[in-house]
Design a protein. Sequence first.
Length: 94
Amino acid sequence: MLEELIRNEIEITDIFFCPHAKWEQCNCMKPETGMVEVALTKYPNINLSESLFIGDSPVDVELANQMNIKAFKIGLPYGNSTNVTSLYDLQKKL
């Protein structure tokens, strides 16, 4: 995946993930907003209204919608998101 991003001149600055199990009920497991809040703390110049959230599950879309971030869903459409099938497809829809 990273090779495809590099080929398409897409730079990844950082990666955030939730290391917890569902039963731990943390605030960083999607659709909770903790991961985005950590990113905003680490990178305070992030403008959510100009950001994109790309995911492959309904919770990705739900998180993006909660934070007013434009959502792109890979695979079947869900809720308030734009459906994409590839990076090329995403580039066409931007």
